[in-house]
Design a protein. Structure first.
Length: 423
């Protein structure tokens, strides 16, 4: 294996171990392939996101977390580590039902590769695995061959390298030191740019603070019979729960505390039918069918957290009322969320070539890259100039290279003339 490949391996191995090692191997990183559109335009379907575990998380962080349905990646819009984080997709106007705690969070977004997740399935194909296995085998089996030959029944060993190969090796190391120095300068420029970018930016997000939910259920009353001894069928509703006792007409105001409150009122269709009958008798005509709209009105006053609440929720439920048939709405539930616009601090990002990296990550990566490249370049240069067995003449030859010429005769004391073989 060449010196450059070994050096690259020595640099890449600790970087992978410290920053990119998967959680399954005890590392801090998890690899998430985005599926769906809930995080548009921040994340698109098929993107690859690398997340890293953190001791805690803040509002504005894009995190991946575990659920019963699989891993989800959304943005934190509220909550706390103790009570669970409140999360929401950037492309949604309501919060998630999950409330993950710190131990449920896989990590915060660290690296974003657009469409990177689309390439992963192809990497699992047999032809790619065969090519990868062959490449690894070549690397493992790539050992310097013993340059030997047999002559007259005895082993004769050839020199490993000649003078020209040694000079070529030194020139190669000098070139590598120059490349590392150039990379160090690039990393320094990147660090300078990263430290000029704000670590956090302020953006506006919609956060749901509470939700109204209305459900319509009904019970059919009839004469008791063998089939229906109770004289009633139902209640029918969108949920399977039984009906609670409720008030007919308007319910009195009721104070409540906590995360939810509910109330139920009755609608007496028998009285509605009686009023319709009286109307038809007064008009002397029977229309046969009537459209009826039921609008329950819920007025809420109080506080939700730090926010004042004073509003009304009035969902409409329609039905067709005939002399023998009543047709209800196909949807027996109505839900309306209430959101507020908040200014939150989001981690700043640097986008280059379609790839987005948090500013904090860019700062650490560029500083680390500058230090590693600078140290390696300095180490190679010191080894070349002051390594074991390196004479003053050798250092001059290494430093000036092709600028040196061969001398055949020199008479410095008398004539101050030097004869050279070639120029």
């Amino acid at each position: 294996m060449s010196f450059i490949a070994k050096l690259a391996g020595l640099v890449a191995a600790p970087v992978w171990f410290l920053f990119l090692r998967p959680a399954a191997l005890g590392g801090p990183a998890s690899y998430i392939i985005v599926s769906g559109s809930s995080m548009r335009p921040t994340l698109e379907d098929g993107d690859l996101v690398v997340v890293r575990r953190q001791p805690t998380y803040a509002v504005g962080d894009v995190v991946a977390f575990r659920t019963d349905q699989g891993n989800v990646i959304h943005r934190i819009v509220g909550g706390s580590p103790e009570e669970g984080y409140l999360l929401q997709g950037d492309n949604r106007d309501y919060a998630d039902e999950w409330r993950p705690r710190v131990e449920d969070v896989l990590g915060r977004r660290w690296l974003h590769l657009p469409s990177g997740g689309r390439a992963l399935p192809s990497l699992r194909q047999p032809y790619f695995m065969a090519a990868l296995t062959g490449g690894l085998a070549l690397i493992v089996l790539d050992k310097p061959a013993q340059k030997t030959r047999r002559k007259a029944g005895r082993m004769v060993r050839r020199p490993n390298v000649d003078r020209s190969m040694a000079l070529l090796s030194m020139e190669g190391l000098m070139g590598l030191a120059v490349v590392l120095g150039f990379l160090c300068l690039i990393f320094i420029g990147g660090a300078w740019y990263a430290y000029r970018q704000p670590e956090y930016g302020v953006s506006q997000v919609e956060r749901e603070i509470y939700r109204h939910h209305g459900a319509f259920s009904y019970t059919v009353l009839m004469q008791p019979s063998d089939l229906y001894p109770d004289g009633a069928v139902g209640p029918f509703s969108a949920s399977s729960g039984a009906a609670d006792d409720g008030a007919e007409g308007a319910a009195p105001p009721a104070p409540f505390e906590g995360a939810s409150a509910s109330a139920r009122v009755w609608v007496d269709f028998a009285r509605i039918n009686a009023e319709i009958g009286a109307l038809e008798e007064a008009l002397g005509d029977m229309l046969g069918s009537y459209s009826l709209t039921i609008v329950p009105t819920v007025s809420v006053r109080g506080r939700v957290g730090d926010h004042e609440v004073d509003e009304t929720f009035s969902p409409e439920f329609g039905l067709e009322l005939g002399s023998r048939l009543v047709t209800f709405d196909s949807e027996l539930e109505r839900t309306e969320g209430r959101s507020i616009t908040e200014s939150i601090a989001r981690p700043g990002e640097i986008t280059l070539g379609g790839y987005s990296v948090p500013v904090v990550t860019a700062r650490r990566a560029t500083v680390t890259g500058a230090v590693v490249c600078g140290v390696l370049a300095l180490a190679i240069a010191l080894a070349l100039f002051y390594g074991p067995g390196r004479s003053e003449a050798g250092r001059i030859r290494l430093l000036h290279g092709s600028a040196l010429v061969s001398v055949t005769h020199a008479d410095i004391e008398s004539s101050h003339q030097v004869e050279v073989s070639t120029i």
